[in-house]
Write a protein that binds this ligand. Structure first.
Ligand code: PEP
Ligand code: MN
Length: 340
């Protein structure tokens, strides 16, 4: 339920409504706008009849039911777009950012060379996996804490904030010590214990869409984070299972645009995993920006043929430089991306 306070409501009246929402068994979410305060009452099992009676409480202008199942992630309660601050870099708003780096952190040389290169060509954040979700248990699983140390060194040298995946609840504390943003991998999108734990983490979360998740399931996964207390969530479209084996996944830009329409959260696009094919990444990057992406996540490796994971979809540094030039780095405008 949305409680719209009157523009003339006093602080005391607002506090009274917040208290009553709690007493009725719901969680209050207060949004203070320039003109008026809006309070969302969300949760299950509360006394709805009593909540509805708030219609006649002093200072209340109107009560409006929230029709979407994703109450806090949706735009009914919050119209303005959310901007998420990641180590000083804002994601969302009227500009877009690039998160780049290798699939996995493999060595000191590899991550430092990549970090220097991507910074030079205009990336704003460094990615790199320390804990890797691999389809086969025989594949490279990541260097763990050693990789986190290397990422820290790369951040110290370049100033680029770090985005890295956390796969299990046990690793949340250690990864949060090093990372500026915690990535939830596609395969973990519906790992509810992990989402509940990350709702209490003091780091922003990059929530990848599951390979077979609907937009509604994706937004409800984000709802776990917001309802549990973490408002700093960025959604990431990374492709869904399709039938064409020429491409690793089907890069679903329509879903990305829809997620942005239905939610106030920033949405970034990952054409590297979305296609699995280096050659189409520039075209899909331009398409994503034109469709409204708040950022791109691009896998870059100094020598993709030697990569321990996702080499075929990784750009080398020259390829990344070319992509950034095509995207019209200085202007960073959507119009420029469409023209290229
Ligand atoms: C990754 O970012 O390297 C990764 C494993 O992504 P996803 O979870 O989208 O497969
Ligand atoms: Mn990868």
């Amino acid at each position: 339920m949305i409680v719209n306070m009157s523009p003339k409501a006093t602080e005391e009246q607002i506090q009274h409504v917040i208290e009553r929402i709690k007493e009725c068994g719901f969680q209050p979410h207060v949004i203070r706008g320039a003109e008026r305060t809006v309070i969302g009452a969300v949760g299950t099992g509360g006394r709805r009849g009593e909540l509805e009676a708030l219609q006649v409480a002093p200072g209340v202008a109107a009560l409006i039911p929230i029709s979407q199942p994703f109450k806090l992630v949706g735009r009914e309660l919050r119209r303005e777009r959310t901007v998420v601050n990641v180590g000083g870099v804002p994601i969302g708003g009227d500009h877009w950012v690039v998160i780049a780096g290798p699939c996995s952190v493999e060595s000191r040389e590899q991550i430092l060379e990549t970090a220097r290169g991507i910074k030079k060509y205009g990336a704003s954040l460094l990615r790199g996996g320390a804990y890797k979700p691999r389809t086969s248990p025989y594949d490279f699983q990541g260097l763990g804490v050693e990789a986190l140390e290397l990422l820290k060194e790369a951040r110290q040298e370049t100033g680029l904030p770090i985005v890295t995946e956390v796969m299990s609840t046990e690793d949340v504390d250690v990864v949060s010590e090093y990372a500026d943003m915690l990535q939830v991998g596609a395969r973990n999108m519906q790992n509810f214990p992990l989402l509940r734990r990350l709702a209490r983490a003091n780091r922003p979360v990059l929530l990848k869409r599951g390979p077979s998740a609907t937009v509604k399931e994706w937004l409800l996964a984000a709802e776990y984070l917001l309802s549990g207390g973490n408002p700093n969530v960025v959604l990431c479209e990374r492709g869904i299972k399709g039938f064409d084996s020429e491409l690793r996944n089907t890069f679903d830009l329509a879903a990305m645009a829809l997620a942005k329409e239905l939610s106030h959260l920033p949405v970034v696009a990952d054409p590297s995993h979305g296609t699995g094919r280096r050659s189409v990444i520039p075209a899909m990057s331009r398409a994503a920006i034109a469709a409204g992406a708040d950022g791109l996540m691009i896998e870059v490796h100094p020598c993709p043929e030697r990569a321990l994971s996702d080499g075929p979809q990784s750009l080398d540094l020259a390829g990344f430089a070319k992509l950034m030039a095509e995207l019209d780095r200085p202007a960073r405008t959507r119009a420029a991306a469409v023209r290229a």
